[in-house]
Design a protein around this ligand. Structure first.
Ligand code: SF4
Length: 512
């Protein structure tokens, strides 16, 4: 296998110019200060890269979980990979709790710090010691060490760690909440760093073959985590064109990264993997957006993939003819009737909306916490042509406003959207647990959503009955059953808000 352009590993920048004490700050406050501190502590280059890869706006950042959970999960799912976090204890507690809640069954390493070790640079030495102690080639291919917010803001220079110890690869990444907007994009931070490392290994000479025999057919690498059956279905769709499904990135073991480059094209099933796509493009691989969802989506995707892989028009048409009638049949057999809004932070929201519409649902609004990229253009255009309002980097307020405005029969959304929907007696489903955990591709995807969606819509009467039952128990400050209903005091809130605004103004004028 050859990669077309030579590239070098990241050259380490100079050591931390200054190490401000930011140990007391977190995502709940001081975000701008953390950003400023990180820039002045030698992290401006990586922050500029993140700003380009993961643009924010129109507003600051979607409300979502700690972004580092995304990269943590990617590392924890890989064989022979050790994971170390460097960050505030409360952040590490939350992240390890969540990863074990999702069944990580792996140890998460932690290098603790205090103000002194942070400011004096001793934390980096402690991390270095930990990495050397852990680098056992019998146990690990790779050690991933992640700087969370505070160590990133303090400029802890993970770039200066050795690239390899005893044959164990060392990957250091910064995943601060003030630089990486969502956990979805944090997956790309680690996947991109691993692809970059693997590409460099390929350029230097022969690399390990995959553990399971690779198809003799040219392969299509699949970018984005998906339901386990989906890559199998995609493989069947590709077969008539003389192609096979390649590895899914993020991969489950290191050597799959080599196979990922050894492909005829890359399918960006999830469109937000900007850093990973950069690595594939640097290696001369073609990238195709969207996915084989529903009738139109599958027809267009097969054509685009076939085209990228140099497949003849006849063969592409043959592949389409072999599968499209089955998809049409599956969609017609399991129709969805109802008006929906969809919001989520997985990056597959547009694909799900396409499938819902092809199943017969009316989808009014799709909000994604992920940014707009050129790889989601085809899906966005298809949805907008059908009158769907599509919002990238959607805030919780926008998702809620859409639900209140459209009053759907069913809201598919994130936890707070689902909570609000239930308060309004609107049936609702969690995007992550109930929609992402289903096949979406090809004939298996067509119709897979109908059962859960139709069952949820049919629950409307139960929601109305519950609303009636709880009617009169109060809301907001008066929630509950009282002998004497608490009295709201909006004037107190107004007073404190005024005082806070005045203080902020005073601080601003002193600073300038
Ligand atoms: S690491 Fe995550 S939880 Fe901790 S301060 Fe940053 S964004 Fe918040």
């Amino acid at each position: 296998m050859t990669l077309e352009t030579a590239d070098t590993m990241t050259t380490p920048p100079s050591t931390t110019a200054a190490t401000p004490d930011v140990s007391g700050m977190s995502c709940h406050g001081g975000k701008d200060e953390l950003k400023k501190a990180a820039s002045s502590a030698g992290k401006s280059e990586i922050l500029a890269q993140y700003a380009a890869d993961y643009p924010v706006g129109p507003h600051d950042q979607p409300q979502s979980m700690c972004p580092a959970f995304g990269s943590l999960r990617v590392g924890l799912r890989m064989r022979r990979t050790a994971t170390i976090l460097s960050g505030s204890a409360c952040c590490v507690y939350g992240l390890t709790f969540t990863s074990h809640f999702y069944g990580a069954r792996r140890t998460v390493g932690y290098v603790p710090f205090n103000s002194e070790t942070l400011v004096t640079g001793k934390l980096f030495e402690d991390i270095r010691d930990a990495v050397f102690k852990l680098a056992d080639p019998d146990l690990y291919d790779t050690i991933v060490i992640t700087n969370l917010c505070v160590p990133t803001a303090s400029g802890v220079p993970l770039q200066l760690l050795p690239k390899e110890i005893n044959g164990v690869r060392i990957i250091g990444i910064d995943v601060p909440g003030f630089g990486v907007p969502t956990h979805a994009e944090a997956k790309d931070v680690l996947a991109g760093a691993m692809l970059k490392y693997a590409a460099n290994e390929i350029r230097q000479g022969p690399v390990a073959a995959p553990r399971t025999a690779k198809s003799n057919l040219p392969t299509v690498t699949l970018l984005g985590e998906m339901f386990p059956a989906d890559p199998v279905v995609i493989g069947r769709l590709l077969e008539p064109m003389g192609l096979a499904a390649g590895p899914v990135v993020p991969t489950r073991e290191w050597r799959e990264l080599f196979s990922a480059f050894d492909c005829a094209a890359v399918a960006a099933i999830h469109p937000f993997y900007t850093a990973s796509i950069r690595e594939f493009e640097n290696a001369g691989r073609k990238v195709v957006g969207s996915a084989p969802v529903g009738y139109d989506g599958t027809a267009d995707w097969l054509a685009a993939i076939g085209d990228a892989c140099g497949v003849s028009a006849d063969k592409i048409a043959n592949a389409q003819n072999m599968i499209l009638p089955a998809i049409k049949g599956a969609l017609a057999a399991k129709p969805i009737k109802g008006r929906l809004t969809v919001s989520g932070y997985e990056g597959s929201e547009l694909l799900v909306a396409r499938l819902l519409i092809e199943s017969g649902a009316e989808v009014h609004y799709v909000g994604s916490a992920c940014p707009r990229t050129k790889w989601s253009d085809a899906d966005r255009e298809w949805l907008e042509a059908r009158g769907v309002e599509v919002k990238f980097r959607a805030s919780l307020e926008q998702d809620l406003a859409a639900m209140e405005f459209y009053k759907p029969d069913l809201a598919v959304g994130t936890t707070p959207v689902v909570q609000k929907a239930k308060q309004m007696a609107i049936p609702a489903l969690y995007f992550t647990n109930l929609i992402s955990a289903r096949p979406l591709m090809g004939p298996a995807g067509a119709g897979s959503l109908a059962q859960v969606i139709n069952a949820a819509i049919a629950n409307k009467d139960r929601f109305d009955a519950m609303k009636d039952f709880f009617e009169g128990v109060g809301t907001g400050h008066a929630t509950g059953i009282w002998e004497e209903t608490p009295k709201d005091r909006p004037e107190f809130r107004a007073k404190y808000q005024g005082m806070l605004a005045a203080r902020a103004k005073a601080e601003e004028s002193t600073a300038t």
